[in-house]
Design a protein around this ligand. Structure first.
Ligand SMILES: Nc1ncnc2c1ncn2[C@@H]1O[C@H](COP(=O)(O)OP(=O)(O)O)[C@@H](O)[C@H]1O
Ligand SMILES: [Mg+2]
Length: 344
């Protein structure tokens, strides 16, 4: 499952008008593996949609490469692009359904373009309606559907031609939180049952937390940080990654406790430890107390779910001497557990 399906290298794009120019993508390189659910996150204007549209060749870079299954799509003929695009489905924030067509017809359109016969179209649409949970809705029109149902139609349409890749641009940003959850569950099912690689653009870190295994953070057209979601959540490096992560993983010590602690500064250290997956149930704190001759006290703790992994963030006060602190840090490091010193 670690075979790349999309390889982006040194991608640049500047939008120019008569009297201004704007660098929307600045030297972006990114590799997406088969089976990934890869999140692209950033604030509005970061360049997310531009990057997504380039993977579909709807936007042409000034320089750089976009390889899909090893083939560079930049500069391909229209005929070749059509065959690449067949492998890619797209889902939009505003659903982009044809209002004058029924649910059935909205999904069938993608198949008609590819000249399937009536029977094939009927079978595929029926199968898709079942998959997205819209059985019995085939005769409804978009304005009779809820936002979540409309997006289910959008997803069914995008899946019609058995794509290998699904591109989602803010696909849940027009939906309420509960509906968002159910659409994310559906996309997870698309990934698991059909093995489709998903790239999901969003400005909401909760979506990344629930859905994605990988994430890239974009800021002003630059790739600031990328990697496994669990690694970035447990050790965000850039300021923007910290900002996103802190908004969903509480790790700050409450101010009342901070005020108390400030009175005794010097005789202790504060460290924030990130436990997840394999190490989550180890008796690390017990070991620290017993082996290393220090006293520990839990100042703050939180437990969060990141996709199917539990992340516990524990802030410990450690009382002891400098050499005890050094040995404690060395011990935690030797376990491969990430932690950081906290200054108050
Ligand atoms: N076709 C275009 N012409 C001119 N500027 C554009 C065009 N598309 C996007 N931009 C600009 O590029 C920047 C990135 O846009 P976009 O990729 O849509 O950001 P995001 O999806 O992260 O909000 C924005 O400043 C936007 O105004
Ligand atoms: Mg956008």
């Amino acid at each position: 499952m670690t075979e790349p399906i999309i390889n982006i290298s040194a991608l640049n794009k500047t939008f120019k008008s008569k009297d201004s120019s704007y660098k929307a993508l600045d030297n972006i390189s990114l590799s997406i593996n088969k089976g990934d659910i890869y999140g692209l996150i950033g604030f509005s204007g970061a360049g997310k949609s531009t990057l997504l549209r380039m993977i579909n060749a709807l936007e042409i870079p000034d320089s750089g490469k976009i390889e899909i299954d090893g083939q560079d799509i930049v500069g391909l003929s229209d005929r070749k692009l059509r065959s690449i695009r067949k492998q890619i489905g797209m889902v939009f924030q505003e659903f982009n359904l044809l209002e004058s067509k029924s649910v059935y017809e909205n999904i069938a359109i993608a198949l008609k373009i590819n000249r399937f016969d009536k029977k094939q179209i009927h079978n595929r649409v029926t199968e898709l309606l079942k998959f997205v949970g819209l059985e019995g809705k085939e005769k409804s029109f978009p304005d009779e559907l809820s936002g979540g149902q409309k997006q289910r139609v959008g997803i069914a349409r995008a899946l019609a031609n058995h794509p290998k890749i699904l591109l989602c641009d803010e696909a849940t940003s027009a939906l309420d939180p509960d509906t968002t959850e159910s659409i994310l569950d559906l996309l997870n099912k698309v990934n698991k049952e059909y093995g489709i690689t998903i790239i999901f653009v969003t400005h909401t870190i909760r979506v990344i937390q629930k859905l994605c295994n990988k994430v890239a953070i974009l800021e002003n057209g630059k790739l600031v940080e990328n990697g496994n979601v669990i690694d970035i959540f447990s050790n965000p490096k850039s300021a923007i990654a910290r900002r996103f992560v802190e908004s969903v993983i509480p790790s700050k010590i409450p101010s009342g406790i901070v005020n108390e602690l400030k009175k005794y500064k010097g005789s202790y250290r504060l460290i924030r430890i990130f436990f997840h997956a394999e190490n989550a149930t180890d008796d690390v704190i017990w070991q620290i107390n017993n082996r290393l001759n220090v006293h520990t006290n839990v100042m703050f703790a939180s437990v969060s779910e990141i996709r199917d992994v539990v992340l516990s963030v524990i802030t410990l006060q450690i009382t002891g001497k400098q050499e005890d602190f050094d040995r404690t840090y060395e011990y935690i490091r030797s376990l491969g557990i990430s932690f950081e010193e906290v200054n108050i």
